[in-house]
Design a protein around this ligand. Structure first.
Ligand code: ASP
Length: 323
């Protein structure tokens, strides 16, 4: 009798979770962002969340969980209930953190379900308005003169700005005075205020300031020019041969989230990336949605694996690790 009751309870539980997966979502969803509000990851997240809300018929609410170079938010998401109501939008940092951090509260390859890729945003190297350097050659001369006093803003170890700064330090053969912020949104305030010399950040944060002439701009990190910033040369052609970083973004759910729920989130992501409002906003910020065939779990998982392998040797060579 007892055995029968346990089996019946199991069948019932399965039935309920199956049914609730089919009805998903019946309430609002939280999208965790690993950096401060007002920064580039937040901007991408809010645009996509708003559009996904329309498709899902429920609000996707953005929650900023900044800290530890972007590694705090994934640590929180893996502890959330695997029901699709807590998801994570993160960037390239998911592929660098496993090498940068000696200890992490999550395993990027084992602890998540993969919803899909979102966008590949170029980065741009900017300087405070009063910086004497007019172009990349000038920046290299400034670094050679100012040496370790050259100040560089980033969003902590594991952020894209950290990765770009690491490449810049290697190219300039000079360690900088690195200043950590909770995100490059807050860091921008210190660049605008002439308090930090340089920052490398997604065009989704810098385009407005560059176009408004509020900051100095030296180049983009893609090998080709960015449509919305046609005057900026690729750093690769401006004195830093081979320099290339693109900040890819993806959406994740905790491991164990039902397949139907992940598929529903993927459908909503694909719809968001076809939304003319998102396409236009992305274009103004110097980026574009990934093609539809990359807005899915297998594409994100494959990208993550490939990028872990790509960055591991470079990070190991730079020798910048964190606990
Ligand atoms: N762009 C930042 C980074 O360096 C993070 C942010 O504030 O979105 O990763």
């Amino acid at each position: 009798m007892r055995k029968w009751l346990i089996a019946a309870a199991g069948i019932l539980a399965l039935g309920i979770s199956g049914a609730s997966a089919q009805n998903f979502p019946t309430r609002s969803i939280t999208m965790m962002i690993p950096f401060a509000a007002g920064g580039p990851t937040d901007t991408v997240g809010r645009l996509v969340a708003e559009s996904m809300s329309k498709n899902l018929g429920q609000q996707v609410i953005v929650e900023n969980a900044a800290g530890a170079g972007g590694t705090r938010a994934p640590g929180l998401v893996v502890k959330a209930a695997p029901d699709g109501y807590t998801i994570l939008l993160h960037h390239i940092g998911m592929s660098t953190a496993p090498t940068l951090y000696r200890k992490l509260a999550f395993n990027v390859l084992n602890d998540f379900e993969y919803v899909g890729l979102v966008t590949d945003a170029p980065m741009s190297l900017i300087g405070r308005p009063g910086l004497e350097a007019k172009d990349m050659k000038g920046v290299l001369a400034y670094i050679a003169k100012t040496k370790e006093k050259t100040s560089y803003a980033n969003a902590g170890i594991g952020s894209a700005s950290h990765l770009c700064g690491m490449l810049l330090q290697a190219a300039a053969k000079q360690q900088f005075n690195t200043i950590n912020f909770n995100g490059t949104g807050p860091a921008m305030t210190d660049i605008l205020g002439d308090r930090v010399d340089l920052m490398c950040d997604q065009t989704t944060n810098t385009t407005g300031q560059i176009k408004g002439g509020k900051v100095k701009a030296y180049g983009v990190t893609t090998k080709t020019r960015v449509k919305s910033l046609p005057d900026l040369p690729p750093l690769d052609q401006a004195g830093l041969p081979g320099f290339e970083v693109a900040v890819w973004h993806g959406i994740y759910a905790p491991k164990g989230t039902p397949k139907e729920v992940v598929a529903r989130l993927t459908t909503a992501l694909q719809a968001a990336l076809k939304d003319p409002k998102v396409i236009q906003a992305f274009a103004e910020l110097g980026t574009e949605p990934v093609p539809q065939n990359q807005a899915n779990g297998p594409a994100l998982q494959a990208k993550l694996k490939a990028e872990i392998e790509k960055w591991r040797p470079l990070i190991q060579a730079a020798g910048q690790f964190a606990d």
